[in-house]
Design a protein around this ligand. Structure first.
Ligand SMILES: Nc1ncnc2c1ncn2[C@@H]1O[C@H](COP(=O)(O)OP(=O)(O)OP(=O)(O)O)[C@@H](O)[C@H]1O
Ligand SMILES: CC(=O)N[C@H]1[C@@H]2OC[C@@H](O2)[C@@H](O)[C@@H]1O[C@H](C)C(=O)O
Length: 383
């Protein structure tokens, strides 16, 4: 395909964003066009590539046991990076785009451990930029979180700055309150209005819902929230889950599978020592995802809540939010002209653009870093 756009192409550059998130559902690839004056990030195409089942299980095992050999760690990183490169190459073939047309790609990598506090803070994303660059012939940007952490920040969430830049593109216009909500494995919000920009990880998104349904049925997720809708929230269990200290921390804060995982949920169920049906566990997990989001919005005047990520497809989740936030306009971002499925992949294309152009990639008000800086590591090739 010859990439063209409605605007003057000499002012646009094309970037790819590659995201594989906490849910471990696969690799999202997005192609965007970014205008040089940076007013617009235009989504051109996107595709999701499923993980090879064996690779997915290996990564899941790594996240859940937090134990492996150095050889295994190296091999998984290599296999994963080759999978990213394959996905990119296949995507380019399908879209009939030449790699030379792409200014750079941003690949988030696979988070396997996130420890943003303490003397030895770090966030570990498995990805080998050289393997991707060598196999795609595209300048590759990775390691987006380390600079922010080196400056005392959480290294996450990074998308609020991207969300802020999208405001002018929201077809419904700006409202008094405008909040983006991503419900992926972990859920995070970006309050773009009222200013100043703020945002943080509210807690689990789909990660516990996925873990529980997998445990009881072998299904990867609760399609459309069908099982969750059959259940009833167990208040005792909900209160016990919400007593996790993370929920009372003030921002900046970020979290991941190292805190919210199946073992954590099972330990709480053991503590409760009460027979609860699987549907009720699911309904309670829906409430666990939604209540911290609702709490985060309590101090803002009702406005637009623009939801993206796989959680938008879970009817039980969306209905819970809509019922509890009756004064808010709860919308999927597609309804205002922005892809809900490729939001994060687009963000990493945009972050690659920021890095390549020596523009800051973090927002200290969100992450708590000492200052805004260029975020990302660039791997270049001769041809
Ligand atoms: N039809 C559906 N019904 C219910 N849930 C769904 C459906 N499709 C996807 N999901 C949920 O969305 C999840 C994937 O969401 P997404 O791709 O946004 O996560 P991610 O990118 O891995 O997460 P993160 O934002 O934490 O990095 C799945 O694991 C599943 O729980
Ligand atoms: C450490 C890490 O990978 N965090 C992810 C995760 O997935 C959602 C939430 O937790 C968010 O904080 C972040 O991703 C998005 C893309 C971010 O940095 O904004």
């Amino acid at each position: 395909m010859k990439i063209s756009n409605t605007t003057d192409t000499s002012l646009n550059q094309y970037y790819l964003g590659i995201m594989s998130g906490t849910s471990l559902d696969g690799i999202d690839v997005a192609l965007v066009s970014i205008s040089k004056n940076e007013n617009k990030t235009i989504f051109i195409a996107g595709e999701e590539f499923s993980f090879d089942d064996d690779l997915r299980k290996k990564i899941l095992m790594l996240c859940e046991t937090q134990t492996t050999s150095l050889q295994n760690l190296g091999e998984i990183t290599s296999e994963l990076s080759l999978a990213y490169a394959d996905a990119i190459n296949l995507f380019l073939i399908k879209q009939k785009i030449d790699a030379k047309q792409i200014r750079a790609l941003g690949c988030h990598g696979q988070t396997v451990f996130h420890q943003p506090a303490g003397n030895n803070a770090f966030s570990m994303q498995l990805v080998d930029g050289a393997k991707i660059a060598a196999n795609t012939h595209i300048t590759t940007v990775t390691d987006f979180r380390s600079m922010d952490i080196a400056l005392g920040g959480q290294g996450a969430p990074l998308v609020p700055l991207f969300h802020q830049g999208l405001v002018e593109q929201v077809q419904a216009g700006v409202s008094e309150s405008m909040v983006f909500l991503n419900i992926g494995g972990i859920a995070n919000i970006s309050v773009v209005n009222p200013t100043p920009l703020s945002g943080f990880d509210t807690g689990p998104g789909n990660v516990l819902l996925d873990s529980w349904i997998y445990k009881i049925s072998g299904k990867r997720y609760d399609k459309n929230g069908e099982l969750s809708k059959k259940g009833k929230c167990n208040e005792k269990l909900l209160n016990l889950l919400l007593s996790e200290p993370y929920f009372d921390l003030t921002a900046p804060k970020s979290t991941g599978r190292e805190r919210f995982n199946l073992a954590w949920l099972e330990s709480k169920l053991t503590l409760l020592n009460q027979k609860i049906s699987d549907a009720d566990v699911m309904a309670t997990l829906i409430a666990l995802t939604c209540e911290p989001i609702i709490k985060a919005l309590i101090d803002y005047p009702p406005g637009q809540l623009l939801v993206c990520g796989g959680g938008t497809k879970n009817k039980a989740l969306m209905e819970y939010l809509k019922n509890a936030l009756a004064q808010w306009q709860v919308k999927v971002t597609d309804d205002v002209g922005i892809s809900a499925d490729y939001m994060e992949a687009m963000a990493f294309a945009w972050l690659a653009h920021r890095c390549i152009n020596r523009l800051v990639g973090n927002e200290p008000q969100v992450t708590g870093a000492k200052r805004a800086e260029i975020c990302g590591a660039i791997t270049q090739i001769l041809n």
